[in-house]
Ligand binder design. Structure first.
Ligand code: SF4
Ligand code: SF4
Length: 396
């Protein structure tokens, strides 16, 4: 296992374990199998374990297994505040204390504001007193590092990054999504500020392994490197010095061993130009199924009406590359659940964006098509209800 450092010089394994889904037994977690996996990871040198309040049963399982095996001091636990449920200062304590109980510990190594999508969410937390609360928890040692996990666009990521002296952040990033969400610009900006970056979705939810088009798989097979599809994805990330930890939800011993081997071999600067070209060709094959040929370059941005143009097209394309539900879910998440929504329907047809698009896309027409597909009536209703709840007035 190789290690990179956090902001305070702590060594973090470059491969972290994403504890969102543990093996199942009936309706619950298979504790025996989960324990076997966690112990194997610790044995292999993994020391970063990422869970969250809302991952069903996860915090309790992690807490029980680490306590039972006396491993708490050997591992770093990252967990997350369900900030979308927080409407008052009292709620901060309530959720945090419950998490400590579940985790059977009196401190959290990395505590992240879960799922921020724009600056307004962070502002809402500040309005209920989160800054003072963090200062108290850090000074008592109950929280060692504070951070956020992120799912909005690049601009909002940069605003949140600049707004506070974060110890860590977590973003979605992989070779196919290099320009989406926080993206490469966000990654580099965080690293330039000395903020370690934890990567989630390195395999795009497994799709860069299980759902590659045949032509894309053939490109990888024909490469003299001989790497598996997963290995290509991890190595692309480890090649970047700005990446600190890459999370993987390893749910088989075989996967665990392969990922640990990659994490012990891969290094910064290993990728040759030919390797980059291979992944560009793979990404192009995946994109060949796109409904809109948007590269995510963002030359069309900003839109004066706040439309997230590349965001809408990415989600629309995801409906065809992944599934209808995946695209619609991503649209609701990244475009609909920000304080200032960025729906395609906000377009007034000024045409400014089209003058800057290197792909000469008929952006106005495609935005209408995308919104119709991405937001059928039940989704519209669901997003409105969620918005009312999330952006209700905070209690002091
Ligand atoms: S045409 Fe629509 S999407 Fe493009 S810049 Fe104008 S308002 Fe924004
Ligand atoms: S300029 Fe064109 S290709 Fe680039 S992000 Fe905008 S719509 Fe997509």
């Amino acid at each position: 296992m190789q290690y990179r450092q956090d902001k305070h010089g702590e060594k973090l394994s470059i491969l972290g374990f994403g504890c969102m889904r543990f093996p199942k037994k009936g309706a619950g977690i298979d504790m025996a199998e989960t324990e076997r996996e966690l112990l194997a990871e610790v044995e292999a040198g993994v020391n970063y374990f990422d869970t969250a309040y809302i991952y069903p049963g996860s915090e309790a399982a992690v807490g029980e297994i680490f306590e039972k095996n006396g491993l708490r001091e050997r591992v770093h636990i990252a967990t997350k505040l369900p900030q979308y449920l927080v409407g008052s200062r009292a709620a901060l304590d309530r959720y945090f204390n419950e998490e400590l109980l579940r985790l059977r510990t009196d401190y959290v190594d990395y505590y992240l504001m879960h799922h921020l999508t724009d600056l307004a969410m962070w502002e809402k937390l500040k309005a209920v007193g989160v800054l003072e609360w963090i200062a108290e928890k850090k000074s008592s040692g109950a929280i060692r590092n504070i951070g956020f996990s992120y799912h909005g666009n690049t601009d909002n990521f940069l605003k949140i990054l600049e707004d506070y002296d974060w110890d860590i952040c977590q973003i979605q990033y992989n070779y196919f999504d290099e320009l989406t969400q926080a993206g490469a610009d966000g990654l580099r900006a965080a690293a330039a500020k000395g903020v370690p970056v934890v990567i989630m979705e390195p395999l795009r939810g497994g799709k860069l392994v299980n759902m590659l088009p045949e032509k894309a798989s053939a490109i990888l097979r024909e490469s003299p490197r001989g790497w598996s599809a997963a290995e290509w994805s991890f190595r692309w990330l480890y090649n970047q010095s700005e990446v600190t930890v890459v999370l993987s939800g390893m749910n088989s011993m075989e996967m665990l061993l392969e990922n640990c081997r990659t994490a012990s071999e891969a290094g910064v600067g290993d990728f040759t130009e030919a390797d980059h070209e291979t992944l560009r060709a793979v990404a192009a094959e995946i994109r060949a199924r796109d409904r809109v040929g948007c590269t995510g370059c963002r030359y069309c941005m900003p839109c004066p009406k706040g439309v997230d143009i590349p965001g809408a097209f990415r989600c629309y394309n995801a409906m065809f590359i992944e599934s209808k539900t995946a695209g619609r879910f991503q649209y609701a998440q990244t475009v609909g659940l920000t304080k200032e929504p960025a729906f395609a329907t906000q377009c007034i047809g000024c045409g400014r964006c089209e003058q800057h698009c290197p792909q000469s896309l008929p952006i106005r027409e495609k935005l209408k098509e995308a919104d119709r597909a991405l937001r059928p009536l039940p989704y519209k209703i669901g997003i409105n209800v969620a918005r009312k709840f999330m952006f209700r007035k905070a209690k002091s």
